[in-house]
Design a protein around this ligand. Structure first.
Ligand code: PHE
Length: 380
């Protein structure tokens, strides 16, 4: 391998002006936390898979995808901001580490299964705090039905009847979303079928959340309107944790253009993408996302396959705070690039990076920023 190439799993990728993956990030590509039976991410994955017991499951699709899979297939416009270099890890102009498991929706739909789940690691350049990490795990679910109001309603009702759970009193779900012009149904759908498919989606998610959180103290869950280029209408689900609303999933009714690409012209489907770390943090009481990557035995030994147990912290170390300030160069400034540099230098010792001062010199017009970096080890 030369300086102008990257080698992963025996394959060589030519670097170009888009390349921005760091060695630290590449080193995480093969950890596959979601496949270690004792790991909380894997425990959650399995609990979700057993809830959706009649779904076909995929959990070992390579995270190296084409930009076609990650964006174009999902109708994400060529100039859409989510393609920015400062938000993604590119191997080169046409190859990247997937930013979401939606990159495999089409593949799943072409597999012939009308209900399936895809779990895997996803990669995003992001800010640094206790709930953001450049690698996390998602689970994608897709279900589709015949586009026929009578048949669809039958299939939907059969599923709802079969899985009917006693309402878990501790989970309060608020959903006041309605179909409206800003979050519209698609022209090719009829209101009856859309209604049936949307209720299947909402039922599937709410019953899963109720099951996962059955033994938790009171939990508030809410549905809000959202936008994704590949679904319409679209929603997000948030869970209240420590007084803050955490986004745990995005979902919606699959855009018919995507169904067409998979050869499913006469079907109508819904899709959802769940963030596993957020759910695991709430369920296992894990205070910091870095812990999932800890190689310390005191982390992994606490967990048992198939069980949700509260995490017992083993590091009582105080944080160490350092401020750093610098003049900005004359070119554009991306905070995510700074965070990536911090991660490369300090690794998992950084817990938080926060902008605390932004100063522009009145005469020279030069701008300076001051960041507060909080260091704390999770295990030593
Ligand atoms: N892929 C979206 C995300 O990562 C979530 C999503 C999945 C939305 C499926 C709609 C349908 O934010």
């Amino acid at each position: 391998v030369t300086d102008s190439e990257i080698k992963i799993d025996g394959k060589i990728y030519k670097k170009d002006q888009w390349t921005n993956v760091s060695p630290t990030t590449l080193s995480r590509v093969n950890r596959k936390l979601h496949l270690h039976p004792q790991h909380p991410i894997s425990i959650i994955r399995q609990l979700i898979e057993s809830h959706f017991h009649d779904f076909k499951t995929f959990h070992d699709i390579s995270p190296i995808v084409t930009t076609q899979q990650n964006f174009d297939d999902l109708l994400i416009a060529k100039d859409h901001v989510t393609r920015n270099r400062s938000d993604n890890y590119y191997l080169n102009e046409s190859t990247m580490l997937r930013a979401h498991t939606s990159a495999h929706q089409l593949q799943g739909m072409r597999s012939g299964a009308s209900k399936f789940l895809i779990s895997g690691d996803v990669f995003r350049r992001d800010e640094i705090d206790a709930s953001h990490y450049p690698v996390f795990h998602q689970m994608e679910g897709v279900v589709y039905f015949d586009h026929d109001p009578v048949k669809t309603a039958e299939q939907v009702n059969a599923d709802i009847q079969m899985g009917r759970l006693k309402e878990a009193e501790n989970v309060k779900v608020v959903d006041d979303t309605i179909i409206k012009p800003e979050n519209p149904m698609q022209d090719r759908h009829t209101p009856e079928t859309l209604e049936a498919v949307a209720s299947h989606l909402k039922y599937s998610i709410n019953s899963m959340v109720r099951k996962l959180f059955a033994d938790e103290p009171d939990l508030e869950v809410r549905w809000i309107d959202a936008y994704f280029p590949f679904t319409s209408p679209s929603w997000e689900v948030e869970i209240k944790y420590k007084g803050e609303w955490l986004e745990v999933l995005g979902c919606g009714v699959v855009r018919q253009e995507l169904m067409d690409q998979a050869g499913l012209h006469d079907k109508i489907g819904h899709a959802f993408g769940l963030g596993l770390e957020r759910l695991a943090m709430v369920l296992f009481g894990i205070p910091d996302i870095r812990l999932f990557w800890s190689q310390d035995e005191r982390f992994i030994q606490q967990f048992t396959p198939g069980q949700i147990q509260k995490f017992q912290p083993f590091s009582k170390f105080p944080p160490c705070i350092k401020d750093i300030s610098f003049w900005l160069p004359n070119k554009s400034w991306e905070e995510n690039d700074f965070c990536e540099l911090v991660r490369d230098v300090a690794g998992d010792l950084v817990e938080n990076v926060e902008l605390i001062d932004d100063f522009t010199h009145p005469k020279s017009d030069k701008r300076s920023l001051c960041y507060r970096i909080l260091y704390r080890s999770m295990d030593r």
